[in-house]
Design a protein around this ligand. Structure first.
Ligand code: MOS
Length: 739
């Protein structure tokens, strides 16, 4: 199925409200506006705060700091959200300590946004400065193995075989060190929270988050508010892709102000402030590959060193993919962290894989040239039919079809083996490819479904739609399960009071929430069938559920397909206004853990490199994806196109540069932090190969999203080499590196 998003009309007509767009509830309680004062130093403590000038601004109501904030719970435990890594979470306005550049130090609250912003510029803060360390390269000797892990993170497996000895002895081998700088999230929507206070003190919070229930949990814990005192809503989210997994500090600050002043409050961060709460970590990787002359891999060694903060061990799976992608007897993987005086890094689209698979796939390309072998042939030579690390079968793996169909679509067979073999005018042309891999995860979720007397169906779960198409996918799944037209189905999400759903992350929402939706529809069908059998003169009285079909919003005997009894009629026969079912979907972990569950891709890229300027244009991309059954081909394609665009950003544009003397990210704005724009994007061709995975989910779906980005930058890097003969081992591959 390929349908436009069901929420599209609301979005383009401005009916869809985002976190900072919800109005106050009562004229008697107009919104107050909070503006965050960001700290001016990287490490130290606040010696004194002078808020007098700010408080003198007409309209300014309060300046909230660690000295006068409302009471907070003191233990780290209360600040743990569902996606927190191990360690001590950052606690906004907790005490006088400064841990990282741009840390919030005060919130100026006023009747108008303008007054608050002016007031914020007048808060004078004196600091005692301590020395900081923000350079990964200068602190590499202070590395540690991650000790404080986060739930769901898998450390690298134990070494297999004798990778080092085999690399020493390898007839053909390569060694490469790959560097990736810091990248920051830049979703369209700023982080924002609107806290609307009810008469009884109940807080309804519109928050930009990937999980309303995660933010609800956090607020309850930090402020000691019972569950029924707080509701969090996030019906629309303007992009998040990892930045909204953890509650961000504007949420805590807005709630503080609402509690202290007993008013409704909105806090919106600026684009610059969005560079102060987490980022994709700076990472250095070393990959060594050994092979026989025929291309058979004899050794894979992949080690990574990444930054974290002093207070938490942020971890992501960087190297593990190198033990899962190619058949090899000797594999050693390593992952270490260096703690710096920066805010904790954060998940960002395909965290770990975006750069981990990049390093492996660039190294594979380097090996292919050593071997004088086609890069695709090298990958096929080492194709893994079982998990190379522990011998598990894949739940499904149609990567071979991705390679074949992608290569065919791209015209890979025409590719000259040597670098610098294609040119047109002043442009060198290169073709490169890479493999992508991402987890196929399923978590726990609940859903409810209500069939109304008018025959409309409303399905609910506290899921999230960060813009990726959750509303539409869930409507399709429900309509399909019930045999109803799509227009008759509505899906409710984005409210912490709805049935439990996990954070929308890891490309797992369709397999998770989608399975719960299908499950609740199956229950509803059984109940409807029971009612149908009891109808007067029921044609269903003597048949089994296997003998009927739910179609066109009704029920019919399979043996008499013409006569359809509308679902409304079944409901009416019972005198019921509505029929409701609830369902809890628990993944079958016992079965799932017997398989390696992943999505795969093959990415083929053409670049044109200006020989004089070193500028790179990615003129053609073919991305072939194996991600199980595709629920909505239109939205899935958009996800992959978005991933490819982000991959081009990773390859050519995105990097936040730190001035380590100041310990500060300098290009914290969209003018100087470059993301891909329309002029950077040319042909992107997406194809989904056939795959149906009933182990990952009962829907056969694995989930699409992150897989779209993985491998793209590596394919660009490999194409640049093919065009120029120059290997760029760090991202972004800016003209200075390419020439
Ligand atoms: Mo996922 S890191 O929430 O795109």
């Amino acid at each position: 199925m390929a349908v436009s998003r069901v929420d599209g009309r609301d979005k383009v007509t401005g009916q869809a409200r985002y976190a900072a767009e919800h109005p106050a509830a009562h004229p008697a309680d107009p919104l107050l506006y909070g503006v965050v004062v960001s700290g001016a130093v990287t490490k130290g403590r606040i010696a004194s705060i002078d808020a007098a000038s700010a408080l003198a601004v007409p309209g300014v109501v309060d300046v909230i700091t660690h000295e006068n904030r409302p009471r907070l719970r003191s233990f780290d435990l209360f600040y743990k959200d569902m996606t927190a890594p191990g360690g001590s979470p950052f606690r906004p306005l907790y005490d006088d300590k400064i841990h990282s550049s741009g840390q919030p130090v005060a919130l100026v609250v006023a009747d108008t946004f303008e007054a608050a912003r002016h007031g914020a510029s007048l808060v004078h803060i004196a600091y005692e400065v301590e020395e900081h360390q923000t350079s990964l390269l200068q602190n590499m000797e202070h590395s540690h193995k991650p000790s404080r892990l986060k739930a769901g993170y898998t450390p690298p497996p134990e070494p297999k075989g004798f990778a080092d000895e085999m690399w020493d002895k390898a007839v053909v081998r390569i060694e490469g060190e790959y560097y990736s700088g810091v990248e920051h999230h830049n979703p369209l929507e700023m982080f924002a929270s609107t806290v609307v206070r009810g008469d009884d003190g109940h807080l309804t919070i519109y928050d930009k988050t990937q999980s309303s229930q995660n933010s609800r949990w956090y607020v309850s814990h930090v402020f000691g508010l019972s569950k029924d005192k707080v509701t969090v809503r996030n019906p629309y989210v303007g992009g998040a892709f990892g930045s909204g997994l953890r509650p961000q500090y504007q949420l805590a600050l807005a709630v503080m102000a609402a509690l202290k002043l007993e008013r409704s409050v909105r806090v919106v961060l600026t684009r610059q402030q969005m560079f102060s709460f987490g980022h994709r970590p700076e990472t250095i990787q070393r990959v060594r590959l050994g092979a026989r002359p025929d291309g058979t891999l004899t050794s894979i060694i992949h080690e990574a060193l990444a930054e974290t903060s002093r207070n938490e061990d942020y971890v992501e799976v960087v190297v593990n993919w190198s033990g899962q992608l190619y058949a090899c007897e000797h594999i050693r993987l390593g992952y270490k962290l260096v703690a710096l005086d920066r805010f904790s890094p954060m998940d960002m689209r395909a965290p770990g894989a975006a750069h981990g698979v990049h390093a492996l796939e660039v190294a594979m390309d380097e090996l292919s040239y050593e071997l004088k072998m086609d890069p695709l042939a090298l990958r096929l030579k080492n194709y893994a039919d079982i998990d190379p690390t522990d011998g598990l079968p894949y739940s499904t793996k149609e990567l071979r079809a991705c390679y074949e169909q992608g290569a065919q679509r791209f015209g890979w067979r025409q590719r000259p083996l040597e670098a610098r073999a294609m040119r047109e005018g002043h442009e060198l042309i290169g073709w490169g490819m890479a493999t992508g891999m991402w987890d196929a995860m399923q978590m726990f979720a609940r859903a409810s479904a209500v069939l109304h007397a008018n025959g409309n169906l409303v399905v609910s779960s506290a899921a999230t739609d960060i813009g990726t198409g959750t509303y539409t996918a869930m409507c399709i799944i429900a309509a399909d399960a019930m045999g109803m037209p799509l227009e008759r189905v509505r899906f409710q999400l984005g409210d912490s009071t709805l049935p439990v759903a996990p954070v929308e992350g890891g490309s797992s929402h369709v397999a998770t929430v989608g399975s719960a939706v299908q499950g609740v529809c199956d229950k509803l069908k059984k109940s409807l069938f029971k009612l149908a059998r009891k109808m007067p003169d029921s044609p269903f009285a003597k048949v089994r559920i296997e003998d009927v079909d739910f179609v066109a919003g009704g029920l019919r005997l399979r043996a008499q397909p013409v006569h359809i009894v509308p679902l409304q009629a079944i409901l009416a026969s019972d005198g019921a206004e509505r029929l409701e079912e609830k369902y809890m979907m628990l993944p079958n972990m016992l079965k799932q853990q017997k398989y390696l569950r992943a999505t795969h891709s093959a990415v083929f890229v053409e670049v044109r490199v200006d020989e004089a300027f070193g500028t790179v244009r990615v003129t053609r991309v073919v991305s072939a994806i194996a991600a199980g059954r595709i629920i909505n081909a239109k939205a899935a394609r958009s996800q992959i196109v978005g991933g490819v665009v982000w991959g081009i950003g990773q390859a050519l544009h995105e990097e936040t540069q730190s001035d380590d003397r100041l310990g500060r990210f300098m290009n914290h704005n969209l003018g100087e932090y470059h993301v891909s724009v329309n002029a950077d994007i040319h042909d992107i061709d997406v194809l989904f190969v056939e795959e149906d995975d009933r182990i990952v989910s009962r829907l056969g779906a694995k989930g699409v999203g992150e897989i779209g980005q993985v491998g793209v930058a590596a394919a660009v890097c490999n194409a640049i080499y093919h065009a120029t003969g120059r290997r760029v081992r760090s991202t972004p591959m800016t003209p200075d590196k390419v020439m």
